[in-house]
Unconditional design. Structure first.
Length: 340
């Protein structure tokens, strides 16, 4: 679960300020659950990394959502084990045809540094290694026909969710890493996400339940252009029996409000990956919450940790942790229905 960015180290008081968790609670969690377990200076001061700060925020949020600290810790530790498992599998798979001397990427690390609801692998990852390699190869070659060809092959590999979780999502994350490392150009990244994005959109159409299913309205916050993570979340909701209506990127609170009034969804999902300005998102969050009119709201995405302090005391679900746990929290909230 370690981040790729060089971790800064914080003393306990700083962590307390950043997370709103008192130092005594941080020490108690460490004593009782061994989590998080900071490094120590020579004079025995605790030093927490960025990753640990993020995990503490998640732990706090889970506790506020009703989980006992011991359960919340278990959940976060499970995520870590799963990520390490995925890491070793993915490293073995090495998702590229080309040997890049600068490619430090580790799919699971990048994936896990966001708030992910990707499911526990129950299938053999290795079986998709060639396909992912081929997709990355076509992207490196900037060959649209080959890319289309392998993207179509991917569509034949199994259920929509399996294809998304085990082929498209890891490739998208690899693309992000290689773009970040200067290996892929913006043009290569755009072409790849266009072709893969179209396939994902098609997949979604095919797997939607019928009109009798509950409906969830999905949108990205203002200034948010990352649509594919929102689509990724849609596969979870479909698997949980929901019909998804996707409003898409860059949805202002007013547009959400109008859609809610018109469509009367059973639930609403908001996605935050890396919007134009997190400050802007923070300012608008109360308006989004109001726009939901008491209908169950779930907020997720790689960037949600950046605004989690504003979400924590609200009647909404923050999508931290494993899909099973998020599902349980979400269903419990949906069962309460609309609240005035
Ligand atoms: C494609 C892409 C783009 C495309 C988006 C195209 C599209 N139609 O989506 C474009 C070119 C627009 C883009 C732009 C930018 N991007 Co970009 N992008 C990506 C990339 C490569 C893939 C995104 C993706 O589809 N991921 C796959 C899914 C599966 O990821 P996921 O987040 O894990 O999604 C799951 C969960 O988050 C969760 N989830 C998500 N939403 C929700 C909602 C709910 C309700 C729930 C329950 C769950 C949930 O479920 C999903 C499925 O399991 C990522 C790399 C990456 N690591 O993701 C970078 C990445 C997200 N981008 C990044 C950046 C920096 C940018 C830009 C700022 C670049 C720039 N300088 O302009 C802009 C910002 C634009 C904006 N204002 O939004 C960074 C973000 C870094 C950070 N720490 O915040 C990343 C991580 C790349 C990197 N490695 O640096 N990007």
């Amino acid at each position: 679960m370690e981040s790729l960015v060089t971790d800064s180290l914080y003393r306990i008081q700083a962590v307390s300020k950043l997370t709103g968790v008192p130092p005594a609670t941080l020490r108690a969690w460490e004593r009782r659950y061994g989590f998080p377990s900071p490094e120590r200076t020579e004079s025995s001061y605790r030093l927490y990394s960025n990753t640990q700060v993020r995990l503490i925020k998640q732990l706090k949020a889970l506790c506020q959502q009703g989980l006992a600290p011991s359960e919340a810790v278990k959940l976060l530790k499970n995520d870590k084990t799963r990520d390490e498992h995925r890491s070793s599998l993915e490293q073995a798979a090495s998702v590229t045809n080309h040997k890049h001397p600068h490619n430090k990427s580790n799919l699971s690390t990048v994936q896990s540094s966001g708030v992910s609801t990707t499911s526990v692998p129950t299938i053999d990852y290795e079986q998709f290694t060639d396909l992912r390699n081929n997709l990355m190869g076509a992207i490196h070659r900037f060959d649209p026909i080959l890319l289309e060809h392998y993207t179509r092959s991917a569509l034949l590999q199994g259920s929509a969710k399996l294809i998304f979780d085990h082929i498209f999502a890891p490739v998208l994350i690899q693309i992000g890493q290689e773009w970040h490392d200067g290996i892929l150009s913006i043009a290569q990244e755009h072409l790849a996400t266009e072709v893969i994005g179209n396939a994902i959109r098609d997949l979604l159409r095919f797997v939607q339940p019928d009109r009798s299913a509950k409906q969830i309205l999905l949108a990205c916050v203002s200034g948010e252009l990352h649509l594919l993570p929102l689509y990724g979340s849609a596969f979870h909701f479909i698997q949980w029996g929901y019909r998804v209506t996707v409003l898409g990127v860059n949805t202002p609170p007013e547009a959400l409000k109008q859609s809610v009034l018109r469509l009367k969804p059973d639930a609403i999902g908001l996605s935050i990956t890396c919007p134009k300005s997190f400050e802007g998102t923070r300012e608008q969050l109360p308006k989004y919450i109001q726009a939901c009119k008491g209908i169950p709201l779930i907020v997720g995405g790689y960037g949600v940790a950046q605004v989690s302090d504003l979400l924590e005391n609200q009647d909404l679900i923050i999508a931290y942790g494993s899909p099973q746990d998020v599902k349980a929290l979400f269903e419990a909230r949906v069962a309460r229905g609309t609240v005035s």
